[in-house]
Write a protein that binds this ligand. Sequence first.
Ligand code: ADP
Ligand code: MG
Length: 741
Amino acid sequence: MAQGLDTEVQFLKGVGPRFAPGLAKLGLQTVQDVLWAIPRRYEDRRNIPPIAFARPGDWVTIIGTVSHMESRPLRGGMLLLKAYVRDSSGMIALTWFNQPWIQRTLEKYEGQVVAYGQVKDGNRYPEMASPEWETLGEGDDPEDFAKIVPVYPLKEGVTQKTMRKAARSAVRDFIDFVEDPLPQSLREREKIRGLRWCLKQIHEPDTEVDRLEARRRLVFEEFFYLQVGLAMRRAEVMESLGIAFPVDDLLAGRTIFDALPAVPTPPELGTKKRRASVVKPDLAPTHLFEEGERSRRDGEPLLAQVERMLPFTLTGAQQRVVHEIWDDMKAPHPMNRLLQGDVGSGKTAVAACAMLAAVRSGYQAALMAPTEILAEQHAVNLRQLFSKLDIEVELMVGKLTMVQKRRALERVRLGQAWIAVGTHALIQEGVEFRRLGLAVIDEQHRFGVLQRAALREKGMGQPDVLVMTATPIPRTLTMTVYGDLSSSIIDELPPGRKPIKTHWKSAAERKPVYASVRKLVEEGRQAYFVCPMVSESEKMLAQAAEDLYQHLSEEAFSGIPVGLLHGQMKSAEKELVMNQFRTGDLRILVATTVIEVGVDVPNASVMVIEDANRFGLAQLHQLRGRVGRGDQQSFCILIADVKSDEARTRMEVMVRTTDGFEISEEDLKLRGPGMITGTQQSGAADFRIADLLQDSRLLEVARQAAIRLIADDPSLSQPEHQGILEKVGEKRGQMAMVSIS
Ligand code: ADP
Ligand code: MG
């Protein structure tokens, strides 16, 4: 039989074989499980007024004797039972539905009962509906009932009573088996109590203050192991060997590669005859240098190249961030960096600077986007930039023909294309790079724990990795989901941007909204209409867009050229429509959320979002980011009839601010971390006890403590850190599983 904390729950007093199956349903097999089953909330039953002083609305405990009972059938076959309980001050009626056994118990009973519940008005006496209650036998202490009582999360077939009994016996008989993984020194420094005391207080708090102190420790601990795991991962990366890009040489104009070296032309591809042997071994490239054979020669300094590449000057924030990235690329360990910036803050230009440094060091760079549309958009943008420096950009997406795809693969494999742009398929389908030095991951809303792991495991060596997010992420999530990355933040928009004016209108105001949009369009502006998010299905969305298109082009905006864009259209059609909108031939574009990312038409300065209440905050912010890119005042109109407080808050936040950092924090408050990260991928943001919103300060504390610990004992080899090492191992095991699933 298992000993100590591994003892099966059936051996707990008050549980036994009878109740053990119920606890098993809750996932509680052992005493250890029970001790770590954290109450959902607590009832404070310590208020025991004389019955006459129990006021309607109050939650109170009353003690008295049963004076008499009434039971009567109600319509619908329900049975109503009232037990009148009195003390020396007054009388109250306890009421229950369909619980005849209570009557049978109380009928023969003459002693005291104790009951807890909310008082409400009754006919002659106040009432308490469906209270929790117990009989007080000889030797029973009412304080066992009238205390702070835990309320556990339950499933059908398990009662609070069973769960409380299990927890109480676990604490009473097994708490001494609990070992504290946190050493005394750490507990003293962080001012946290021992684990035994805390677990006892979690299940049986003496006071609210004690309970909070106990909770504080458990939350700290939960954050702490994660943060120690992340700090260890960071330390491992720092120790492992990556590429030390010679950025200083590049900056000084001691360019290593200022152009593509001559490359033997591969055999003409695409003819049926040759397809079988794409590259003959004797044509294998030898032009890319190996370590030690760099040909140093003077060339154009890196910043001059940047200036030639970009059609604008970098903002101060962009410059700072570019240098943070370059410094990191320079270091001998692999870069693992998160780049955050608001919509339109110019992350692409920053990524281009990073890629340029890689290319000029003789390495290839890859840019991965979450969708094909976005990959294409990036390819178009980057080609424009890099063509000025004669650097070739290859687009690799699924819609390529076999021949095109093969050619692209070869060019990347041979190192003829310095930059490859594609979807995540770039890393997942075993694309071979000649010499990949930098991978940029444009994540948009996705959280790429998975992709980042895949990238390293695909045998691509240790390229530097830069992860870009579409919109800012709440700080707490950055510290957890992205906690192993260093972070760069672009906190400034390019000059001349006018804050977008946002208005929220009801559906009933559509007509005047359309009229004013018409006026703006007639003055020469262009407008987007985003169709309602009717469903997740692309097909139904396309239908909704078509309906809106019909309506707008034939009625509200007849005589004005209106275009339609949705995900079900062929690529060529999409391109045609986008081009017509870009050139101004189309004045209005009706679209699904396909325009959410990447679309950049500066003359479009009006955005109307239909049924805006159906979109999440991050999405609304991203959509709104399509306007405000030119020099005129832009407008965003949210058409929404709200049915919930949450939707109302979302609209109000959008009207109040255009600051993506603020919006992301509001989003976290409204939706919680699980929804934002998509629980199936987050893992790291799933906490049992901690609440990222409520406990954000403690997260910071735990992070600092973790950093200090790893600085002091990087591999946790000191004996007093063994407990922590074990816990961190469990947590990292979970994290690894998350990225495989
Ligand atoms: P995001 O950060 O949302 O990806 P983009 O990289 O698409 O933003 O940039 C948004 C727009 O701002 C683009 O049209 C880009 O050309 C422009 N832009 C970026 N940086 C600057 C700058 N420093 N000065 C002027 N325009 C800029
Ligand atoms: Mg972008």
